[in-house]
Write a protein that binds this ligand. Structure first.
Ligand code: TRP
Length: 451
């Protein structure tokens, strides 16, 4: 990752590099694909307000907590819990993080595969959404059947190649330029939204909270989305922080990550919902929402084909920087705890994700009728990991950092051994000790109908 080493582990050279990589992990399909679909399913404004509150009150403190654990121990998730506590917690949190990260990698690769498919179809002029019948036929053709299987495999191979060939640095450098470009493109599409006939209705849907719509499902969905989008709960940010240099201000890095990540999600919402109402589509379409809606927007833009190709290409790259971070959780674990070689560990993680990914891809085609608890395999993987595993991981992390870990250790991490101030230390402590665990616990009980 760089030329500087710390206890035998690589360290990011610059503060910017650390922030860019952390943001690269956070910003991805979670913001542009998952956020609009979850907001659409959960009533728009009600979901939005809960989501933002969770990012602020649970997300930022937990980011700081994961950063402290990662940089302070310079370990993977399992090693970090082991070094700071006793083995028993690491035996719960470690496997939870590894299993959930592989579940996420599976379904994430399917959606990332769609972005490859859409990018190539746009490039060859095949993405024709000129009217609803043609558009829907195209959409089904691109996201069901055998083709998604192929693109899932292609995406996982791309991910594997990056992980194994050590071009991580190259992709990081590329993403430092390309992610701001993606941001600019999103801003341009937002401006375009303003001129769509459904702009007002879309904005109302997204930003007017109807408090009567806040149900246990909305709370759980919004909490899961906050965790997913910030890459929290599985030790992903912990692993990345283990590469931070001691100069990194952890609080500032956490706040910047949360701010940029939420900004991208909101931009995506502002692009999607006016279009949903302009083209008479349903906000409740679920996981396929963005792929059904975006082509209509591109179609009515001058030079739509170019916009569309560029957009899906950038989205594909944003997905890669996220899956690289996700894969790193299991790879560092297999290497550092199971003493595997990096190559073997990468092959093992990719092979598991490949099997899971193919099952998820099939759940839009041949396995679409196969459901467990009323969910397809794809939806089950998404729900289990985002709404169950990530919050449990966050719950364990907050209790651990709040009650178990030495206070001085945390303070030293947040202030770089007193070199600079961290004025919100009291608030941080309150959040990790009380607010995060209690909120996560209540939302859980609520969603299974106990409270
Ligand atoms: N945050 C990423 C996104 O929004 C996805 C992601 C990357 C993730 N690493 C993770 C989610 C670790 C959960 C845990 O696209």
């Amino acid at each position: 990752m760089s030329s500087t080493h710390n206890n035998g582990r690589a360290v990011f050279n610059t503060k910017f590099g650390a922030i860019a990589t952390t943001v690269g992990s956070a910003v991805g399909l979670g913001n542009i694909w998952r956020f609009p679909y979850e907001a659409g399913v959960h009533g728009g404004g009600a979901f939005m307000i809960c989501y933002l509150l969770f990012v602020l009150l649970i997300g930022v403190p937990l980011l700081c907590a994961e950063f402290c654990m990662g940089r302070g121990t310079r370990s993977n998730i399992f090693g970090a819990y082991k070094k700071l506590g006793d083995g028993s917690i690491s035996h719960i949190a470690g496997p939870l993080g590894i299993i959930a990260s592989l579940l996420i990698l599976s379904f994430y690769s399917v959606v990332a595969g769609w972005t490859v498919e859409y990018c190539l179809s746009s490039l060859t002029g095949g993405l024709d959404f000129s009217n609803r019948e043609v558009g829907h036929g195209q959409f089904l053709n691109l996201t069901t059947g055998w083709r998604p299987l192929l693109w899932t495999v292609v995406f996982l191979i791309a991910n594997f190649t990056i992980l194994i060939s050590g071009v991580t640095k190259g992709i990081e450098r590329a993403s430092n330029i390309l992610m701001p470009l993606l941001f600019l493109l999103l801003v341009a599409f937002c401006v375009n939204s303003f001129f769509l006939p459904g702009f007002e209705e879309g904005m109302k849907f997204l930003f007017t909270p109807d408090f009567s719509k806040i149900t246990s499902g909305v709370l759980l969905g919004a909490m899961g989305q906050a965790f997913f989008s910030l890459s929290l709960g599985l030790g992903c940010m912990m692993t990345y922080a283990s590469y931070f240099s001691s100069k990194n201000k952890l609080g500032k890095t956490a706040a910047t990550t949360a701010l940029l990540d939420s900004a991208v999600a909101i931009l995506a919402g502002v692009i999607i919902f006016p279009a949903v109402f302009s083209f008479d589509l349903s906000p409740e379409a679920g996981p396929t929402l963005v792929f059904e809606v975006l082509p209509y927007i591109f179609n009515q833009l001058p030079g739509g084909m170019i916009w569309s190709t560029l957009f899906f290409l950038l989205l594909f790259l944003a997905s890669l920087t996220s899956t690289v971070s996700m894969s790193e959780i299991s790879i560092t674990y297999f290497c550092e705890e199971k003493k595997m070689k990096r190559k073997g560990a990468t092959i093992l993680s990719s092979a598991i994700a490949l099997v899971g990914g193919l099952l998820c891809a099939l759940s839009f085609g041949a396995l679409s009728d196969f459901t467990i608890f009323g969910m397809t395999i794809f939806n089950l993987f998404d729900y289990l990991s985002s709404n169950i595993c990530l919050p449990i991981g966050g719950f364990i992390c907050s209790l651990f950092v709040g009650w178990w870990v030495d206070k001085k250790f945390i303070k030293d991490q947040l202030t770089d051994y007193g070199k600079y101030k961290f004025p919100l230390l009291g608030l941080f402590r309150f959040c990790v000790r009380w607010l995060c665990p209690v909120a996560i616990f209540i939302i859980f009980l609520n969603s299974i109908g106990i409270v």
